[in-house]
Design a protein. Structure first.
Ligand code: NAD
Length: 261
């Protein structure tokens, strides 16, 4: 139980990677704040299940990551309930696939808001408490697309590159306060986000589902295997440990060798 008496707030944790990170934090003894959209009954079952399985406190906040004021209120509510947010995981993210000259403006704005600006708003609200307690971990789920581009993903690639810049800057600012700020950059992880973009990629590239999986998604990954959510979660837990106290401002790749090429 390395994270007993800590509180972890994970944005976008009703599904996929975020949910795996929340469960991994709870397994280590942290209280967790879940966030994200979904069926209320399913979210409540997940929240109650985490409390029962791991013996920690779990709450849920439905703040919309496009709303800076709601994000600040979510951090304040977590601090009021648990006494602080020690671990902030900026994980919420969406994707939209279209050529840049046809990219819907509302989708551009939404992706920049959810995948980048939400991390700014959450850091801005959580860092004062971390500084006061002289301990903190801020981890953002970036992507291999924080390092390299793929066609038709202009907003996502721009947001993820921006997230790395935000991470480096914040890391420098809080380095002397025992707060580390890092990105984890997975390659393709088999989650609803990946599954949902397959039809659009099929349409954009005129491919079958099998071709998208083998020739687009796993084409980039030399291991020819999807990363798992649990592997990303294990890296997040490691970054919260004392062994990782000197890792800050880093962008840690977990991409089966994709960005080595
Ligand atoms: P997912 O679709 O399974 O989960 C996304 C989560 O974000 C959900 O909980 C959803 O409800 C939440 N969310 C979406 N819009 C929101 C909003 N406006 N406000 C609050 N919550 C919102 O996706 P995932 O694959 O688990 O992705 C999680 C993160 O990992 C994203 O940032 C994504 O870019 C990144 N990532 C995913 C992969 C992959 O292959 N799946 C690879 C690299 C990076």
């Amino acid at each position: 139980m390395t994270l007993a008496n800590k509180t972890a707030l994970i944005t976008g944790s009703t599904s996929g990677i975020g949910l795996a990170i929340a469960r991994a934090m709870a397994r280590e003894g942290a209280n967790v704040v879940l966030n994200g959209f979904g069926d209320p009954a399913a979210i409540e079952a997940e929240r109650a299940g985490i409390e029962a399985e791991f013996g920690v406190k779990a709450s849920y906040d439905g703040a919309d990551m496009t709303d800076g004021a709601a994000i600040a209120a979510m951090i304040a509510a977590a601090e009021a309930r648990f006494g602080g947010v020690d671990i902030l995981i900026n994980n919420a993210g969406i994707q939209h696939v279209a050529p840049v000259d046809e990219f819907p403006v509302d989708k551009w704005n939404q992706i920049l808001a959810i995948n980048l600006s939400s991390a700014f708003h959450a850091m801005r609200a959580a860092i004062p408490g971390m500084k006061a307690r002289q301990w903190g971990r801020i981890i953002s789920t970036a992507s291999a697309h924080s390092l390299v581009a793929s066609p038709f993903k202009s907003a996502y690639v721009a947001a993820k590159h921006g997230l790395v810049g935000l991470t480096k800057t914040a890391a420098l600012e809080v380095a002397a306060s025992k707060i580390t700020v890092n990105c984890i950059s997975p390659g393709y992880v088999w989650t609803p986000l990946v599954e949902k973009q397959i039809p659009d990629t099929m349409a954009a590239r005129g491919m079958t589902k099998e071709q998208v999986i083998n020739d687009v998604l796993l084409a980039a990954q030399p291991t020819k295997q999807f990363v798992t959510s649990d592997q990303v979660a294990a890296m997040a837990v490691f970054l919260c440990s004392d062994a990782a106290s000197q890792i800050t401002g880093a962008n840690l790749s977990m991409d089966g060798g994709w960005t080595a090429a």
